[in-house]
Ligand binder design. Structure first.
Ligand SMILES: [Zn+2]
Length: 339
């Protein structure tokens, strides 16, 4: 992993206030018309209900605080009507006229399955309601339509929109604008993906909110010495380090929330099955340490924040070294010090 988290090719790198592109294109209007009418409200309500608790969990998990003595940082969150540029590129490249079908791939599959169910239930239906008997002509028509729907579904799968969205090598459901110290949540992207994968918009929102705030805490949260991550160094860190840390703490928060908000865990796990290596690499860290990863990962993060080399390979080695260091039996027995 040699790509950096930030840089001029990232849309969230801007020092000005420009965010994602305005959702003015025809394709976005079409998508909005298909999404549930309350999708924006669902995203907003999750943000309002969980913003503070979410930040408190991140503060506990990272042991980093936005407030340190007189020094205070604040990160705003905005629900944006825009669509991030990498997603807009994908959406605008879709074949014209079949976008609605691509968005309704699940419904096509359900229609195919329902038709098969009706056909296999033919004798039961005829016995129950004789006027609904499926005669030979109708049966043949069913088979034709079922075959057609199957072929259509396969064609739609070749152009799998959800997979294309997750293949984007960067955040796409939300973004952390590190120079501006603010977060944008893209409700259209969230609701679209939730609909494609049969997830709840609320659950996916919770994951995205946590992930973006985790970026903010790992960057701007102060440690006990009052140190934060230098913004230029943060942006230049390997994608796997910065995204790995955001995912590591999102995972921890999703676990903390599992009683109150079990759907966050479901949505997070569903994403992990398909996400690119930068978003899943944090799972290797647990295998390296073979025990509690919280403190070793935090120690490696603190070293990276203090200017240590933060390429992915070095970062993982530091987790390993920290794990050994933290588990080492003290050289001097406490009794010998009169403790
Ligand atoms: Zn991220």
């Amino acid at each position: 992993m040699t790509t950096t988290f930030g840089g001029p090719n990232r849309f969230y790198d801007g020092k000005g206030r420009s965010g994602a592109r305005k959702a003015s294109s025809e394709v976005i209007k079409l998508i909005e018309s298909i999404l549930p009418p309350d999708a924006r409200q669902s995203v907003e309500s999750v943000y309002k209900a969980h913003n503070l608790a979410n930040r408190a969990h991140l503060r506990d998990e990272t042991a980093l605080d936005m407030v340190q003595g007189e020094s205070r940082r604040s990160v705003s969150v905005e629900i944006s009507d825009d669509v991030p540029p990498p997603l807009l590129v994908i959406l605008e490249s879709l074949p014209e006229g079949i976008i609605q079908l691509l968005l309704r791939r699940r419904e096509v599959a359900i229609a195919e399955e329902t038709l098969a169910l009706v056909a296999t239930s033919a004798s039961a239906i005829a016995e129950w309601k004789p006027r609904l008997e499926i005669n030979a002509v109708l049966r043949a028509e069913f088979q034709h339509v079922q075959g057609y729907l199957g072929a259509l579904r396969e064609a739609l799968d070749e152009k799998n929109l959800a997979t294309s969205i997750l293949a984007i090598d960067g955040d796409v459901f939300g973004a952390y604008f590190y120079w501006q110290e603010r977060v944008e949540l893209y409700w259209i992207a969230i609701a679209l993906f939730a609909s494609l994968r049969g997830l709840r918009t609320e659950d996916l929102t919770m994951v995205v909110l946590t992930h973006e705030l985790a970026h903010a805490y790992t960057h701007l949260g102060a440690d006990v010495d009052g140190d934060r991550w230098d913004t230029e160094a943060f942006a230049q860190s390997d994608l796997g380090v910065v995204e790995g840390l955001a995912q590591f703490y999102t995972d921890a928060v999703a676990t903390s929330f599992r009683e109150r908000f079990p759907g966050a865990r479901t949505a997070f796990d569903a994403l992990l099955k398909e996400q690119s290596p930068a978003y899943t690499c944090f799972r290797e860290w647990g295998q390296i340490v073979r025990g509690n990863t919280g403190e070793p990962v935090r120690a490696a993060m603190i070293e990276a924040r203090r200017g240590a080399e933060s390429d992915y390979h070095t970062f993982v080695r530091r987790i390993d070294e920290a794990a050994v260091r933290l588990s080492r039996v003290p050289q001097v027995a406490p009794e010998s010090l009169g403790l």
